[in-house]
Design a protein around this ligand. Structure first.
Ligand SMILES: [Zn+2]
Length: 196
């Protein structure tokens, strides 16, 4: 935006400089016309006129240099505007691409969440109400994990190995007994790899 502003400032500067050149050129042409017409006869007036024409020619040359300088500056600013515009377009393209991928990922996650929620509902319906209440309460207290696998004598919820006495209790418990980790209080789930 700054480069575009600079470019339009240069444009205005160029117009102004060209108008200055025009003004001087018209005045010189008028003087030349008067000189050529023969209407001015006094030697002093003729000399003055001649002098003015010479001075206007020099002034016109200086002003034309100004126009050229402004044009050069404008050209380099235009180049910069072009380069920056290209970069903006490429960044925008990357934003669009990332936005598209994000939206697709969100859609996928939403779909996955809906299907997992549905699955959980089906499984939760088979769990006795009081056990489900206990599980939900523990889950809330224990950072989202209410039940943990007992893997090689270690609670996978708190990563603590069970004490010998605790292990003995687990070994002797009936298969449908709800066991809890003594350390983190999570429900312990026995598997073939529990190391019992
Ligand atoms: Zn534990």
């Amino acid at each position: 935006m700054a480069a575009q502003t600079e470019e339009s400032d240069c444009g205005r500067e160029q117009t102004k400089a060209e108008q200055d050149v025009d003004q001087v050129r018209r005045r010189a042409a008028r003087d030349q016309q008067r000189l050529d017409s023969g209407a001015v006869t006094s030697p002093k007036d003729l000399e003055n006129l001649q002098r003015e024409i010479t001075s206007l020619a020099k002034r016109q040359g200086d002003l034309e240099d100004v126009v050229l300088e402004v044009m050069e500056r404008r050209e380099s600013v235009q180049e910069r505007v072009g380069e920056l515009t290209g970069r903006v377009a490429s960044v925008q393209e990357r934003i669009d691409d990332a936005t598209g991928r994000r939206d697709a990922a969100v859609g996928e996650i939403d779909g996955e969440a809906a299907s997992v929620t549905k699955e959980r509902g089906v499984i939760a319906a088979t769990v006795p109400a009081d056990l489900l209440r206990l599980y939900d309460k523990l889950r809330e207290q224990q950072g989202g994990v209410g039940a943990a696998k007992l893997h090689q004598r270690t609670c996978q919820g708190c990563r603590q190995e069970l004490a010998i006495t605790e292990l003995a209790e687990v070994r002797s418990a009936a298969p449908d007994t709800v066991l809890r980790c003594e350390n983190c209080h999570r429900i312990l789930v026995r598997t073939a790899d529990s190391g019992l």
